[in-house]
Design a protein around this ligand. Structure first.
Ligand code: ATP
Ligand code: MG
Length: 460
């Protein structure tokens, strides 16, 4: 409930305003002079003050100034019997919300009170948003972790962040590997030192060594100045080797040597210098599998694998969708000035039933597009554009590659795989039926020809 302080030396007006405002549901306190008002305001906090300009003792303007010093967010509506442009300008300058002329029109007063309070809420919201945006802008995204799988990931991050362990971060494209790498750095003791990223897939083969180790002027044709390498740039901080499985075997060997010796040499330079870096590497492939396939050096793998974090697919951590959407809506506000606060129920249901092959990155793109076309405070289902809402045939239900890999690596027998496939198809059908009957479980169980207990079990 909002609380309002009314300050006026006219007792009848005080009574009138108290009655009117209380009828509107406000908590009202009265003061008949400025000093008393300040005393009360010093011990109780108010959302809004209605303040007479001419008061015995301290005048309204002085009271206004003091009140604003105590609480700059306080909404103050001034009232006066004497219309005077000069004083009204002054009052506004001191931070008054509005300036009303006596005799007080009750409806006009209520309207001003409502507007003033709305304005205050809005300012608070904006401040809160700005605070969140600075976080987004600084690139530090604290991952949403409502889901058990993501909670585990964050627990692991907590375990190793303070150490200097090398960490392999594995996960399919768009699951947030870079986000986790940055997070580890930002909570480690190296946080005030550089975080340097090397995209191992993006550097041309012949430039790799020079990029990583640097070179001395004249070391090769075209080397017309001394050049620091990424290792050197990351010294004291963290070096993030992204897409590490894209490195050729030759470069893997060079990398391993630098890591083992903890020293690097610029190309063409005799001197070497000591390395003090923490290594984080990422891949969207299973590195151990790459070792088995002969594409990745086993010794390098073991050197890097002091700790392994595998990021879950978004479809397996749907509890995080709402919080992620919130982050992306903050971005949309920053970028497009759209004040969208959330998703409609239907829009959320759509997202909860989608399988997100592109993971968090895809969710981000979906929300960015939806924010662009949305007009209200919520994103409606019609604004959500999914590539294929419903899979058309059985093959789409299955991530064939995943199953094939599981069979080859002998994790599962054919029988176990069949069981998994049938469970996943069942789950999909159950979800679709549930959606059609608006989550009425009795109806869904009847349609599916099973009892409610079985349905509950299968929904887990
Ligand atoms: N927890 C999160 N909170 C907010 N945004 C996230 C989160 N996880 C991922 N994102 C966003 O999703 C996108 C993809 O994340 P990121 O680049 O870290 O994925 P990746 O696993 O490195 O993908 P790739 O393998 O394709 O390089 C980025 O825009 C990132 O900001
Ligand atoms: Mg990445």
């Amino acid at each position: 409930m909002y609380s309002i302080l009314v300050v006026d030396d006219n007792v009848n007006l005080l009574k009138l305003l108290k009655m009117t405002l209380e009828k509107e549901g406000y908590l009202v306190t009265l003061a008949d002079n400025g000093l008393k008002a300040l005393e009360i305001a010093a011990s109780t906090s108010f959302d809004l003050v209605i303040l007479d300009m001419r008061l015995p003792g301290l005048n309204g303007m002085e009271v206004l100034e003091k009140l604003k010093q105590m609480d700059k967010d306080l909404v103050v509506i001034m009232i006066t019997a004497f219309a005077n442009i000069q004083t009204s300008v002054e009052a506004m300058k001191l931070g008054a919300f509005n300036y009303l002329i006596k005799p007080v029109n009750v409806d006009e007063m209520i309207l001003n009170v409502t507007k003033g309070l709305e304005n205050k809420e809005l300012k608070a919201e904006i401040r809160d948003l700005k605070h969140k945006l600075t976080r987004v802008r600084s690139g530090l995204v604290v991952p949403a972790a409502e889901s058990p799988l993501m909670k585990q990931v964050l627990k692991k991050v907590g375990l190793i962040a303070e150490t200097d362990y090398s960490v392999i971060i594995q996960g399919k494209s768009g699951t947030g590997k870079e986000v986790i790498a940055k997070l580890i750095h930002s909570v480690s003791h190296r946080k005030y030192h550089p975080f340097v990223t090397v995209d191992c897939g993006a550097i041309p083969e012949q430039l790799f060594e020079s990029e990583i180790f640097g070179h001395r002027k004249g070391a090769f044709t075209g080397a017309n100045r001394n050049q620091k390498g990424k290792f050197e740039a990351a010294n004291s901080g963290t070096l993030f080797l992204d897409e590490i499985t894209n490195l050729s075997l030759n470069h893997q060997a060079k990398l391993l040597r630098a890591i083992q010796e903890k020293r690097v040499q610029r190309i063409g330079d005799e001197r070497s210098f000591k390395l003090n870096i923490r290594l984080l590497v990422a891949s969207n492939r299973d590195i151990l599998e790459e070792v088995h396939n002969g594409n990745f050096r086993e010794d390098l793998y073991h050197r890097l694998n002091e700790f392994l974090i595998t990021l879950p697919l978004l479809k397996d951590r749907k509890e995080d969708i709402s919080a992620l959407v919130e982050v992306f809506l903050q971005e949309a506000d920053l970028e497009l000035g759209k004040k969208i606060t959330g998703l409609s129920y239907d829009a959320l249901q759509l997202l909860l039933h989608y399988h997100f092959p592109g993971n968090v990155r895809e969710l981000r793109q979906i929300i960015r597009k939806a924010a662009l076309v949305s007009e209200g405070r919520n994103i409606e289902a019609s604004a959500i554009n999914l590539p294929e809402t419903e899979p058309q045939n059985l093959n789409h239900y299955l991530d064939n590659e995943d199953y094939l890999q599981k069979i080859i690596s002998a994790d599962l027998s054919l029988k176990q795989i069949s069981g998994e496939i049938s469970a996943s198809v069942e789950k999909n059908i159950i979800n679709q039926v549930l959606e059609k009957v608006n989550y009425n479980k009795t109806k869904a169980a009847r349609i599916l020809g099973i009892d409610r207990t079985t349905l509950y079990q299968k929904m887990k």
